[in-house]
Design a protein around this ligand. Structure first.
Ligand code: ZN
Length: 438
């Protein structure tokens, strides 16, 4: 049930200070579900302690103490929402957010296709309003601007907003929730289309966020929301997509419960390839009969129920799958290093940091990694302290193996850097299981 005005509790624990950790443990009651408040007893996977995956370090920070937090995902026995406790405040996560969406070509193509599709399907025009929650640098809304459809971006990271404004995307620097939705309503602003891509999982107060969508949506409005699909995560060992900024891991049935509790019906769903397998759900007001529920909704729900996503026992085997994925990667790396091979990384995504920290992979296995984003070059990965260089470094050192950390973009990366085969270099992907690409 929606809990209006429920305060989200943030506990910060600094490791290195054993006393405060013990104190926090002793004082904390059993964690409860962020949606339905039921106690969380079932573990999905415990990846141990890890630093915040976006906290890239400068050289001068390498000798300083680093904060590590638990990465322990549990599943609610009542609503089956998989989730992490919030150890970090959203302000801490978003204060200097280094991720700029615009750097991936395939993601831009995905955004453009989406804009075309929804503009046609929901007849959006110059009289409509499209609002994106967590609009980043305007990479998506720019395609609506090109169609002369009015847009508004809502983005909490102040350092990103100016880049959106340059693209002609008006941006409100705020966290989204019931309060922000009511402020917009008071200004006469309601949306024909609300879109939220890869943010729902990152919202600490889930009920406040979905409650805000309910308020912001016009009577016949549509909300489309994309998030990684828990079914894909579990089937394909994508444990590296678990990080502190991702509080929730949704199945379709858990998402459906959450939206229904806020008076929103999911009337359509698409299964997308992005981020290793995502869902795009389409929500509308429960009483809007102009958009009937599609067969795709019933089919996916039936498939999840058949796979047992409404039974806690289904979630038991995942932890062992994760351990085996780690063993396979380490076995490959140990063998490669013993044979005198040079192994480097490609990319510095959040998921790479979970993978490398959980597996204990440092410069002993990866000499360095590279990233296209100039905001990351010259810095070091959190926890593992692996240096991040520009991609040109690969041509200079001619490594035997390039481990692709953003494996969801592997086709694009292998194409762009096909030249490594000139000297016999090979690409390696770690997920779902270590694979060398000839
Ligand atoms: Zn629950």
């Amino acid at each position: 049930m929606p809990m209006e005005g429920k305060e989200h509790k943030v506990a910060t624990i600094e490791i290195g200070n054993k006393e405060s950790l013990e104190l926090a443990k002793g004082n904390s009651t059993a964690p409860v579900c962020r949606f339905c408040d039921a106690p969380l007893k079932q573990t999905l996977v415990d990846l141990g302690m890890s630093p915040l995956c976006e906290s890239y370090l400068s050289e001068s920070e390498l000798n300083q103490r680093e904060a590590f937090y638990p990465l322990h995902v549990r599943v609610c026995g009542k609503c089956f929402l998989a989730q992490l406790e919030a150890y970090v405040s959203p302000e801490e996560i978003f204060s200097d957010y280094a991720y700029f969406s615009s750097y991936s070509d395939s993601w831009l193509a995905h955004a453009m296709k989406y804009a075309d599709q929804v503009t046609d399907r929901f007849a959006l025009n110059a009289g409509s309003l499209v609002v994106e929650l967590a609009s980043n640098d305007g990479y998506l809304l720019q395609y609506f601007v090109q169609k002369s459809i009015p847009v508004l971006g809502i983005e909490p990271a102040a350092n990103i907003a100016p880049f959106a404004e340059q693209k002609g995307v008006p941006t409100l620097v705020k966290f989204f929730g019931v309060r922000t939705a009511n402020e917009l309503l008071a200004q006469g602003k309601r949306a024909d289309l609300v879109l939220a891509n890869n943010v729902l999982a990152q919202v600490p107060d889930l009920n406040d966020f979905v409650g805000g969508i309910k308020i912001l949506l016009k009577e016949r409005g549509v909300a489309t929301i994309e998030f990684p699909h828990l079914m894909r995560l579990m089937e394909e060992n994508q444990f590296d997509t678990i990080y502190h900024e991702h509080f929730c891991y949704f199945s379709f049935i858990s998402a459906e419960k959450i939206f229904a509790a806020h008076g929103l019906t999911l009337f359509d769903v698409e299964e997308l390839k992005s981020h290793g397998g995502s869902l795009r759900i389409y929500g509308r007001h429960a009483n809007d009969s102009s958009k009937p529920v599609t067969a795709r909704v019933n089919e996916l729900r039936a498939r999840e129920l058949a796979a047992g996503f409404d039974k806690l026992s289904t979630y038991d085997s995942f932890a062992e799958q994760v351990k085996e994925t780690k063993r396979k990667l380490l076995a490959f790396l140990i063998e490669a290093k013993r044979a005198g091979k040079q192994v480097v990384g490609y990319g510095a995504p959040g998921k790479g940091n979970t993978l490398l920290n959980y597996c204990g992979i440092r410069e002993d296995f990866l000499d360095y990694t590279v990233d296209r984003s100039p905001h990351k070059q010259g810095k070091f990965l959190p926890g593992t302290h692996i240096p991040i260089h520009a991609p040109e470094r690969i041509r200079q050192t001619r490594p035997d193996y390039v481990l692709i950390l953003p494996w969801n973009l592997k086709d694009e990366i292998m194409k762009q850097h096909a030249y490594i085969r000139d000297w016999g270099g090979k690409f390696v992907t770690p997920i779902p299981a270590t694979q060398v690409h000839p």
